[in-house]
Design a protein around this ligand. Structure first.
Ligand code: 13P
Length: 280
């Protein structure tokens, strides 16, 4: 595969051109995968399916990549498979080697120049195989499985553009004031930074989508956000469906329970795909 054919990059640039954002949803098993795919089918929009490095470690890059590739036949829309926050180069390279469309290398805890040098090395590896790379500048607050940032380190326009130009990154996730996990208060979003970066050529990625208001999403898309990440909301949908169904659930019909979980994930994701696409 060449970079010109890269699904992840083409999807984000098309979304920018057409004024919507692509939803990027973290899946962790077949039920969440199916819930996301059926939602994309119903909304009629392409999607990014992403997994944490922890999920790759648990299931294996080859098996997980194979599972998503096989599921493409169930989806009427384009799917790009992406590795979310990865600090472990061995895992990132395994995904590059097993047919993933994109990886996020997260060296955000390092000083900027080291972040740039590590990113450049990963881009050289990934681009040689036609795989796109997303990078982070500043540090996004919160917990995303085993990636923990106890303090936000806000990104600046200057640092972000220096990183973008020095690396040639395919998509950029600066710390704009959003956070992973559930918000405890209202996030202090750096709208000026979003507006400036939204006008640049490199697609802008919003992390920490769970818990942001519909109005916030609409404004982000309007200002140029190209990819919006959702993880925690899927975990809640999954857990809540199980908790609601379990008390009266007959032990001999696990597939009925699976259907309820899948339906809850589907509903959560469908609402968000439509919102990011401006489909009311
Ligand atoms: P949430 O868990 O807050 O939805 O954030 C998802 C995310 O940004 C994944 O990288």
């Amino acid at each position: 595969m060449t970079m010109k054919d890269n699904r992840f990059i083409n999807m984000l640039h098309t979304a920018r051109k057409e004024g919507y954002a692509v939803g990027a949803f973290n899946i962790f098993n077949d039920l969440t995968l199916r819930g996301v795919i059926t939602a994309a089918n119903e909304a009629g929009r392409p999607i990014i399916i992403q997994t944490s490095a922890g999920t790759v470690k648990r299931l294996g890059a080859e098996a997980l990549g194979g599972m998503v590739n096989a599921a493409r036949s169930l989806c009427t829309q384009e799917i790009a498979l992406h590795l979310d926050h990865c600090k472990d180069d061995t895992i990132a390279k395994a995904c590059v080697d097993h047919g993933w469309d994109a990886i996020m290398c997260d060296y955000s805890t390092l000083p900027l120049e080291e972040n740039i040098a590590r990113t450049q090395a990963m881009i050289a590896y990934a681009h040689a195989k036609g795989v796109a790379v997303e990078g982070e500048v500043g540090a996004i607050f919160g917990v995303e499985e085993d990636v923990v940032a106890e303090k936000e380190h806000p990104a600046t326009y200057e640092d972000t553009m220096h990183y973008v130009h020095a690396t040639g990154i395919d998509a950029i996730a600066p710390a704009i004031g959003t956070a992973h996990g559930m918000y405890k208060g209202s996030p202090k979003i750096n709208w000026e930074l979003i507006e400036r970066l939204g006008k640049e050529a490199t697609p802008l990625v919003v992390h920490g989508g769970t818990g942001l208001s519909d109005e916030t999403f609409r404004r982000m898309v309007e200002l140029g956000a190209a990819k919006i990440n959702i993880s925690t909301a899927i975990k809640y949908a999954y857990r809540d469906a199980i908790v609601a169904a379990i008390p009266n659930h007959p032990v001999d019909s696990p597939m009925e329970l699976d259907k309820k979980v899948e339906a809850e994930v589907h509903a959560t994701v469908l609402r968000l795909i439509k919102l990011f696409a401006g489909i009311e």
